[in-house]
Design a protein around this ligand. Structure first.
Ligand code: GLA
Length: 385
């Protein structure tokens, strides 16, 4: 796995596959969420950063109304889709469902689409909770609209990607992953208010770095558990006559303890306290206040573990190892939807080596799982060249 996609290699592969050079190359990044987990579909706050791992698509126009799409990372498997057919899931090439979903959603919104050749390749670790699917969706929206001479605003591109996932692929995800992939800023995180999709760029102090650690725990039951959490949050909101938990205050929730069933109460308590922590974290990040950031990230992890029940014992150990090694000078928590995947740490560059050493020395011994260190840089969102 390399940290940058070699554009020249992609262009060469495209030329070899389609017998002509591509007209353009589009790139859309994966993401790491610093804090604000399972808050997006509750109209709350999130603080993700786009990362230097992305999906790239080389593209050229066709004279007919077909899309010829080759996935380099799936044995160069090829699918052909007619723009005029009704989109159907493809069990033989499940990766292509993201493209099919995007076509369906762009057509629904009356974009005039043109045929094209596409070669897709990416280096976002799959199944790690780093949003490889959102990066594919956003890259494909950009590739297909650019090719068709249609302009699309980055937020609309994100909404199309999310709708493809919700309506076609079948995961009821929120907007965070697609929005940060479309709108990320170099060297920064984005504080996103998922109620109105407004964003505030929060620069990461120049001497701080992000370290992602894959726990080696394969993410399991993700979709069903994810959709269950979403329903539980909606149940809690409905108890207060609201559509989402954004309309409920923490005071209101706490005073209803005992009336609301215990599970819904705990799910809602995670979401509402996480919103507060995310706002605090954004302030702490922008002012370089590591002790506050480390504290709220630690509290976020405990809340995900005890109230939202989405961590695993190995991931809890990994977070503890990073926190111990950071000794107050590093924030660490599980990142993403949960049930496996990655942990994110952020710390001054001088502290990062001791975090890495601690993971290498302790994690496998304590859990039997093999960690993967993934140093990451906050990067810009989707772009075409
Ligand atoms: C997944 C979803 C996001 C978000 C996170 C949890 O990544 O795609 O919309 O809900 O989980 O914060």
């Amino acid at each position: 796995m390399s940290a940058t996609i070699n554009q020249q290699k992609l262009t060469e592969l495209f030329t070899f596959t389609f017998d002509h050079v591509p007209a353009l190359v589009v790139q859309a990044p994966g993401r790491v969420n610093l804090i604000g987990e399972h808050t997006d579909y509750n109209d709350g706050f999130v603080l993700p950063a786009a990362i230097n791992y992305s999906t790239s698509i080389a593209v050229s126009a066709r004279a007919d109304r077909e899309l010829h799409i080759v996935a380099q990372d799936f044995g160069s498997q090829k699918v052909v889709i007619s723009l005029d057919e009704t989109m159907q899931q493809d069990a033989e090439a499940p990766w292509s469902d993201y493209a099919r979903g995007v076509v369906q959603e762009l057509k629904k919104r009356n974009y005039r689409l043109a045929g094209g050749n596409f070669l897709i390749s990416g280096n976002v670790p799959a199944g790690a909770g780093l949003s490889s699917s959102a990066s594919l969706e956003v890259a494909f929206v950009r590739a297909l609209t650019e090719l068709s001479d249609e302009r699309i605003d980055p937020t609309d591109a994100a909404l199309v990607g999310q709708a493809a996932e919700n309506n076609f692929v079948g995961c009821n995800c929120g907007i965070m992953d697609q929005l940060i992939s479309a709108r990320g800023q170099a060297s920064s995180a984005l504080l996103i208010d998922c109620q109105d999709l407004s964003t505030r760029t929060i620069s990461i102090p120049t001497d701080w770095e992000i370290l992602i650690v894959h726990s080696g725990v394969k993410r399991g039951l993700v979709e069903s558990e994810y959709n269950t959490r979403r329903v539980q949050c909606e149940t809690a909101a409905a108890f207060f006559g609201q559509k989402t938990l954004r309309g409920v205050s923490l005071e209101q929730l706490l005073s209803a303890e005992g009336e609301l069933d215990e599970l819904s109460f705990r799910r809602a308590r995670h979401v509402l306290t996480e919103n507060d922590r995310t706002l605090l974290a954004a302030e702490a990040l922008s002012s370089g206040d590591m002790s506050t950031l480390a504290r709220v990230m630690a509290e976020s992890h405990v809340s995900m573990r005890d109230d939202f029940s989405i961590t695993t014992p190995a991931i809890d150990s990994l977070v503890k190892i990073l926190q111990d090694a950071g000794a107050g000078q590093a924030g660490a928590r599980m990142t993403g939807g949960g049930f496996g995947g990655c942990v994110v740490a952020i710390a001054p560059a001088t502290v990062i080596p001791q975090l890495m050493t601690a993971v290498e020395e302790r994690y496998q011994v304590e859990t039997g799982c093999v960690p993967r260190l993934i140093p990451a840089k906050a990067s810009k969102g989707a772009f075409a060249t």
